[in-house]
Design a protein around this ligand. Structure first.
Ligand SMILES: *Cc1c(COP(=O)(O)O)cnc(C)c1O
Length: 485
């Protein structure tokens, strides 16, 4: 395993902190009290909180160890399809941590928040420029929340026109959050199948689109990593029946600076700032899912909205048709600062190049591995490519076995078993930030695992073997998680 990312470093075990605890150990030196000692709350006497007593070094080693047991894009390649786990430049973190931003109080009022307001206003403008729409909101906290915001606006639009509709068309390649968001708005999801080329056929949409249908939710590029080439015709079909088109923009990393979704006929679109626009994600931390809209939907945008008058900025809630407030205060401001810094530091050309490289890298992997893993849709892809385990199944090896074995080779596995339209899917998204050398190592690792599948399949079925925790019983791990190390 020479020249592969290391997998056998010094990985230390550690008992749980309560077992390490020793009476009187303390991680901080508190100056001698110059007042008389008193209990905080006499009612609680005798009930000291059950906290481990540890030295400073114990605590430092504990957290350092935890960080070493973890894997992130800062440790190695993280080709998790659909998630855009690209490297997030550290300057964006530095800007978000600036005292003026990090310490801004949401109740400071508009006069004392001009810098933050200006940043939000400008960021909305940049997002409008990138997506091709006249207005946007930064409020939603994630992609799924953006979908909810967008679907609520579509709902409000139909209500305002005087007749609510009942259904939403959703293709079989959609992310699970799409039907969930539609359902939350009271719409019934009408599932339609993609055609043989892995993209939607206009006829399939025309067959179900009627005046009871509020519109369609469409992801472009879709979750097979393919560009929906019939998008314009599909938008026309939906519009002709009075419906609206929701665009899931989670895959914007493939088309920044190249395609403006607003010019394709889409009416409302969310972005995932934590995917495309550089915020570390995956650990459940804050995200942001801004939503851009066409002119007709502007009145329904959530409040508060940021307004500019000459050189002064303020929040307004004076929007009678708004769908209301979706988040406390103004959304996840720290993510907005990171995005703003990312956009400014990349510039228009840099963002376009990022998308071009993301697409090039995915196509390079697709071409390099298509004789190793079955490629159900053998067409030029966008930022990700989807293989499956059809050939390995002959040796009783599944996508899950390949994914687990990749851990032994020092790679985070790709997304597996999604999208659902591909049986045993193995979905690779290298992103623009990996070098050719790293991508070549990944390709070699997958090729070598495919050889093992034929010659020594037990290496796969028992993988991973070099990680701190070896193969788990997935059901037990999910149902009875062991949280004590
Ligand atoms: C990630 C993703 C979502 C959901 O976004 P979150 O930010 O995770 O809520 C929706 N659609 C697609 C295609 C995605 O990849």
């Amino acid at each position: 395993m020479n020249n592969r990312p290391g997998t056998s470093g010094l990985i230390f075990n550690e008992p749980n902190l309560w077992d390490k605890s020793r009476e009187g150990r303390c991680a901080v030196s508190i100056p001698k009290a110059d007042v008389e000692r008193a209990d905080l709350d006499p009612g609680l006497t005798g009930e000291t909180p059950d906290l481990p007593q540890l030295s400073e070094l114990d605590v430092i080693r504990h957290y350092t160890r935890l960080s070493q047991w973890n894997f992130g894009v800062d440790s190695g390649m993280y080709p998790l399809g659909s998630c855009t786990m690209k490297y997030n430049p550290k300057t964006n973190e530095v800007q978000a941590a600036r005292q003026g931003f990090a310490g801004a109080h949401p109740l400071a009022g508009d006069d004392f928040s001009q810098g933050a307001l200006r940043l939000m206003y400008n960021l909305e403008q940049y997002i409008c420029e990138i997506t091709g729409f006249p207005a946007a909101t930064l409020q939603p906290a994630a992609g799924a929340h953006g979908e909810l915001a967008g679907m609520l606006m579509i709902h409000a639009y139909h209500a305002k026109k005087g007749k609510q509709r009942l259904k939403i068309i959703i293709p079989d390649t959609a992310h699970g959050t799409n039907p969930a968001s539609a359902t939350l708005c009271g719409y019934e999801s009408i599932n339609i199948k993609s055609g043989e080329k892995g993209i939607l056929e206009p006829e399939a949409v025309a067959a179900v689109m009627d005046e009871e249908t509020a519109g369609i939710m469409i992801t472009n590029p879709n979750t097979l990593g393919l560009f929906e080439e019939n998008i314009r015709e599909i938008c026309d079909i939906v519009h002709a029946k009075g419906g609206l088109v929701y665009g899931d923009g989670a895959n914007m990393n493939a088309i920044m600076g190249i395609v403006k979704p607003g010019e394709l006929g889409i009416d409302v679109l969310h972005l995932n700032l934590h995917k495309t626009f550089s915020t570390p994600h995956g650990g459940g931390g804050p995200g942001s899912g801004p939503v851009s809209v066409v002119e007709d939907l502007i009145p329904f945008l959530p409040v508060p909205r940021v307004e500019r008058e000459l050189d002064s900025y303020r929040f307004t809630t004076d929007c009678p048709d708004t769908i209301g407030r979706l988040h406390t205060f103004y959304g996840h401001f720290g993510v907005m600062v990171r995005t703003y810094a990312y956009i400014l530091s990349m510039g228009a050309e840099g963002l376009t190049d990022a998308s071009r490289l993301a697409v090039l890298n995915a196509n390079y992997i697709k071409e390099s591995l298509k004789d190793t893993l079955n490629l159900p849709y053998d067409r030029p892809c966008m930022h990700e490519c989807v293989f499956n385990d059809q050939w390995q199944k002959e040796h009783h090896i599944t996508t899950m076995d390949i994914a687990k074995r990749l851990l032994d080779y020092g790679f985070h596995p790709p997304t597996v078993y999604f999208p659902l339209v591909v049986d045993g899917a193995f979905m690779v998204e290298p992103t623009e930030t990996e070098s050719k050398e790293t991508i070549d190592q990944f390709i070699d690792a997958v090729k070598s695992i495919a050889e093992e599948a034929k010659s020594t399949p037990e290496k796969l079925t028992s993988a991973p073997r070099l990680t701190k925790v070896t193969r788990l019983d997935e059901v037990t791990a999910a149902r009875k998680p062991c949280l004590r190390g």
